[in-house]
Ligand binder design. Structure first.
Ligand code: GRF
Length: 212
């Protein structure tokens, strides 16, 4: 069975969706460990409740980003993961870290990439009066939120929406599409080749997989 390591910094609702999907057999893989850069991240507690090893690394204990990322990558590799899943991991990754897990690391970002990389995506969508917003699962490359998209989900933006309402609407979709994409990877259907994402050997478009 394939092994997954998940990185979190906060609430861990996407981690929970992945735990549930593994337990229910919707993902044919095992979450071997969860790591965080924040000891207080509730995601670590979710892992412990599911009997998954949960570890926090203290950023302050390391000289710089490179040293922290080397320690984190070494710790992750003790679990020999087939896939590293970033689930609300709010720390910029060094190029060395990204290269070490190239082709086997994915992220979920709350926007319809390439629109709105970075922070405060929901606020920007509201302020710009966008008709739709959403979320993207993508392979991680050295470009922040810039790797090839695998799958997106769209939600409407209503004129009276608060940021919290839009966050919640997007997260409902995240909890559907992230387990689905992880299941594709676990089943050997997903690959990154020459900077492009492939599903079942078919190249995916800029928006990722879209059903007709
Ligand atoms: C998600 O909305 C994800 O798109 C972003 O961070 C959030 C994490 O939420 N990268 P949670 O910790 O999974 O609840």
């Amino acid at each position: 069975m394939k092994r997954i390591v998940v990185l979190v910094s906060g609430e861990g609702s996407n981690l929970q969706a992945l735990i549930d999907a593994c337990q229910q057999g919707r993902i044919n893989a095992k979450i071997s460990a969860v790591f965080s850069n924040k000891a207080a991240a509730y995601g670590l507690e979710r892992a412990r409740l599911a009997d998954i090893p949960a570890h926090a690394l203290d950023v302050k204990a390391y000289e710089d980003r490179t040293a922290f990322d080397v320690a984190l990558a070494d710790a992750i590799e003790t679990f020999q993961p087939d896939l590293v899943v970033l689930a609300g991991y709010m720390r910029i990754l060094s190029a060395e870290f990204v290269q070490r897990f190239a082709g086997r690391m994915i992220n979920i970002h709350p926007s319809l990439l390439p629109k709105y990389p970075g922070l405060h995506t929901h606020r920007q969508a509201i302020e710009n009066q966008d008709a739709e917003h959403g979320t993207s699962v993508h392979f991680v490359t050295e470009q922040l939120d810039g790797g090839p998209v695998i799958l997106q989900a769209k939600v409407p933006v209503f004129a009276e929406d608060t940021e919290e309402e839009l966050v919640a609407r997007v997260q409902t979709q995240e909890h559907n599409i992230y387990p689905l994409v992880v299941s594709w990877f676990a089943d050997g259907r997903l690959a990154l080749q020459n900077g492009q994402a492939f599903l079942d050997n078919n190249p995916l478009s800029v928006q990722g997989y879209a059903e007709d």
